[in-house]
Design a protein around this ligand. Structure first.
Ligand code: THU
Length: 133
């Protein structure tokens, strides 16, 4: 199912990919989130000569959303070039976990392919401090 909201989300992720700074891996990634406020927040990966300082597109978009005062992720799109899609890395999944419900749509796209997930499929049985209370 592709709603208009999801269509906008996907084009925002594709636009963000154009701004990716990835001179070391040459692997450009764009991400976009639909916030609980109805706004779209996008991000790209930003690499660094000190490789470990690299930030993924997903977390960049999430941190923009949080900085803007919104705390709920309603849907996520991740776009890469080439034929194969990627799903968010482990670090990003844990950060998504903080702000998304189990059924949050995660739309993973490449130039030619699309895979749709619910967030819980990507990070089942995850750690949450809330679980400890
Ligand atoms: N990367 C992302 O931005 N998101 C992902 O989901 C996977 C990996 C970036 C990090 C690095 O700049 C490049 O892709 C190669 O790992």
């Amino acid at each position: 199912m592709i709603s208009n909201e999801h269509r906008e989300l996907i084009s925002a992720a594709r636009e963000a990919l154009e701004n990716a700074y990835a001179p070391y891996s040459n692997f450009r990634v764009g991400a976009a989130l639909l916030g609980g406020n109805g706004l779209i927040y996008s991000g790209c990966n930003v690499e660094n000569a000190s490789y470990g300082l690299t930030i993924c597109a997903e977390r960049n978009a999430i941190f923009k959303m949080i900085s803007d005062g919104e705390r709920e992720i309603k849907a996520i799109a991740v776009v890469v070039e080439g034929n194969r899609v990627v799903t968010p890395c482990g670090a990003c999944r844990q950060v998504i976990r903080e702000f998304a419900r189990d059924d949050c749509p995660v739309i993973c796209l490449s130039s030619g392919a699309r895979e749709d997930y619910q967030f819980i499929e990507l990070l089942p049985r995850s750690f949450s401090e809330v679980d400890l209370k």
